[in-house]
Design a protein around this ligand. Structure first.
Ligand code: IMP
Length: 196
């Protein structure tokens, strides 16, 4: 059975393919097709964006479609940047600009109040309906950047119970405990159940 991953980000495609490798499915991605639009992510929450992306591609192609959306939710900032994580410091913000803005917003927040979580929502849309699953990774926002691996907010996100930021982990280490890894594990279980 064929599934379509609604992302053109080839790094994400590699990561998700590896995660779903044990399923007996033919997984293609929007990166393999130039006839598919970039879906505007303008929903008010992660669920809305994931569903919008998967639904749009399912309606165009008729292939069961999978999409994800991720945000960093910081408690001291009322859940921000959340759905705006990629454009926290402006529409074309770089990872470094977003991280610097976060550190500056958190400058006066004491260590006891620096809790945060990464959350990923994955939507699967097919002829049988729309399903969502999610995955979270809990941690705290550090006061300065640590580590040079991975991407995004990783240098300032210390994973609960590890003493390490995500940028101080290898990709393998990160994938085992990450929000995206956990959400796609749940998707794998859901597809397994539906295919049997
Ligand atoms: P997306 O929905 O996967 O495109 O993620 C939105 C934004 O969240 C990205 O632009 C990054 O800033 C941030 N982000 C997503 N996943 C991660 C991660 O695993 N580590 C650090 N930042 C992330």
């Amino acid at each position: 059975m064929q599934f379509l991953l609604a992302t053109k980000n080839r790094d994400k495609v590699i990561e998700i393919r590896a995660k779903l490798a044990s399923l007996n499915i033919d997984l293609i991605s929007a990166a393999d097709r130039d006839d598919l639009p970039d879906v505007v992510e303008d929903a008010p929450d992660l669920e809305g964006n994931a569903i919008k992306k998967a639904k749009t591609l399912f309606e165009i192609t008729g292939i069961p479609s999978i999409a994800d959306d991720t945000g960093l939710e910081v408690d001291a900032l009322g859940g921000a940047p959340g759905v705006f994580s990629s454009r926290y410091s402006g529409p074309n913000a770089t990872y470094a600009e977003n991280v610097n803005k976060l550190l500056s917003e958190m400058k006066h927040v004491p260590s006891a109040n620096r809790s945060a979580r990464f959350r990923t929502v994955v939507a699967l849309v097919s002829a049988t309906g729309t399903r969502t699953v999610d995955g979270a990774c809990l941690g705290t926002i550090t006061t300065e950047k640590r580590g040079s691996g991975n991407f995004g907010y990783d240098p300032v996100f210390e994973v609960l119970g590890t003493g390490k930021t995500m940028a101080e982990m290898t990709l393998d280490e990160k994938n085992k405990i990450s929000h995206r890894g956990r959400a796609f594990q749940r998707l794998l279980e859901l597809i397994q159940k539906e295919l049997t």
